[in-house]
Design a protein around this ligand. Structure first.
Ligand code: GCO
Length: 439
């Protein structure tokens, strides 16, 4: 890779990220059913109806995975806790689940890996989905109780915690586009989910402050929005995309208001008294994490709000069909610091690419990933040179894993997984990263 650890200030954190449902093997350890299990069991939602029952069997093989992380010279592991493993019905603790995360955290610490936890990465317990899930105004309370339960057990050993991975995906992707569980396509559900996820975020932050925990942040996914042409209509479309995708959450937390043009669509559908929730939403944070992969070209279309669509890509793409656009990462790091967070530490909490990697004679050559990561780390360096206080970079992902609605065929890992034998094979990118981190 085109960088060395010595290019970065002392203490800059290099890590890798995963999430519980995508790697653990959800069918083990007494975890409860989640909305992802039934979403995946419904024909047409997920490639080959694949689910996370076994995934990478990280549940039983985490020591091997952490040995590989340690050998690569990584400093930190960004993982998530499964609500349905900790509380199978969403409300009652499961000692086996709590014991698992206890062992997991100790195994990280034994290998010098700093634990960066995310409380929720999308596997909602089915009984809570039955009660309305993210549409329900009770979600912040339920989520606060889950936060107290899991962090009451492992909170004493966390390097950093964020409540909810990618609020946009929890809200818009899952309730407006219907691409993720619960697969709704309904604007009222979307407006409520987008708001409740923010209140739940703030409630979890307050709960963890109450436990005396430090270094609490938020993790948001961003896509650069490029107008399809120079027209005023195209610019407005791209601004709206930027506002509901990227700015909605930062505006809520750092400015105490949602973007006006998003409220044009949402206002009739917001829950009663939503304006009173900003005191909770604005609970102070210690850092902000950005997940960044790509940009989208946005074009206006006729029809109901938001009346726009994605136009065809213009740059080389990854296996996901996503444009490779490192400048977007530079833009978001500098813009976030300039317009929202000032001196607050920023982390790249996810960045990486899916690639059609193949294993031949025990070797996986992935020069595409080496180039992708190098170009994005270069964007981080440029942003830091221009004043963005970036303190760490986490690669998505440690292992090839369950890529949600796209099943097991999109490979994001530094480590190749044979999903039949569960054999782990570090890819060329793993070896390249290891050598960059040792320089
Ligand atoms: C996300 C999630 C991950 C994905 C990854 C690749 O950003 O969507 O955090 O769960 O697997 O981003 O799509």
């Amino acid at each position: 890779m085109d960088f060395s650890r010595s290019d970065f200030p002392d203490g800059f954190t290099f890590g890798a990220a995963t999430s519980a449902y995508q790697i653990e093997g959800h069918a083990q350890g007494g975890a409860g059913e989640t909305h992802w299990d039934t979403f995946a069991a419904t024909p047409g939602n997920v490639v080959r109806q694949e689910n996370g029952d076994l995934a990478c069997d990280h549940y039983n093989r985490f020591e091997e995975d952490f040995d590989l992380m340690q050998a690569a010279g990584l400093d930190a592991y960004r993982f998530s806790t499964s609500w349905a493993r900790v509380m199978p019905d969403g409300k009652t603790p499961n000692p086996e689940g709590l014991d698992f995360y206890d062992r997991l955290v100790d195994a990280m610490l034994e290998r010098g890996l700093a634990p960066y936890a995310t409380l929720y990465h999308w596997e909602l317990p089915s009984p809570l989905a039955d009660l309305g899930g993210w549409r329900s105004a009770d979600m912040p309370k339920w989520f606060g109780d889950f936060t107290a339960c899991i962090m009451g057990r492992i909170g004493d050993r966390m390097a950093a915690v964020a409540p909810i991975n990618e609020p946009w995906c929890v809200g818009w992707l899952s309730h407006f586009l219907g691409h993720h569980a619960p697969g709704l396509r309904d604007i009222r559900a979307t407006a409520r989910a987008m708001h409740h996820v923010m209140v739940a975020h703030g409630t979890a932050i307050q709960t963890m402050r109450g436990l005396g925990m430090k270094n609490l942040g938020g993790v948001f996914n961003f896509e650069w929005a490029q107008p399809v042409d120079d027209s005023e209509a195209a610019r407005k479309s791209a601004d709206l995309y930027d506002d509901y995708y990227n700015r909605f959450f930062l505006n809520g937390i750092f400015k105490g208001a949602y973007p006006e043009n998003v409220m044009e669509g949402f206002a009739p559908h917001m829950p009663d008294g939503w304006q009173d929730d900003f005191a909770t939403i604005q609970a102070p944070l210690d850092w902000v994490g950005l997940n960044y992969y790509t940009r989208k070209i946005i074009q206006p279309v006729d029809g109901a709000w938001p009346a726009h669509d994605e136009a065809p890509t213009r740059l080389p793409t990854t296996q996901m069909g996503w444009e490779i656009y490192p400048d977007g990462l530079y833009n978001f790091l500098t813009r976030t610091a300039r317009e929202y967070t000032g001196d607050l530490p920023l982390y790249v909490t996810e960045n990486g690419m899916a690639n059609a990697d193949v294993i031949a004679n025990g070797v996986v050559d992935d020069p595409e990933r080496i180039a992708y990561v190098s170009a994005h780390i270069d964007a981080v360096k440029r942003a830091m040179a221009d004043g963005a206080p970036v303190k760490g970079y986490f690669l998505w992902s440690l292992l090839d894993n369950y890529e949600w609605a796209l099943g097991y065929e999109k490979r994001f890992g530094l480590i190749h997984m044979d999903f039949e034998t569960l054999k782990r094979t570090p890819k060329a990118s793993y070896h390249a990263l290891k050598s960059a981190l040792s320089r």
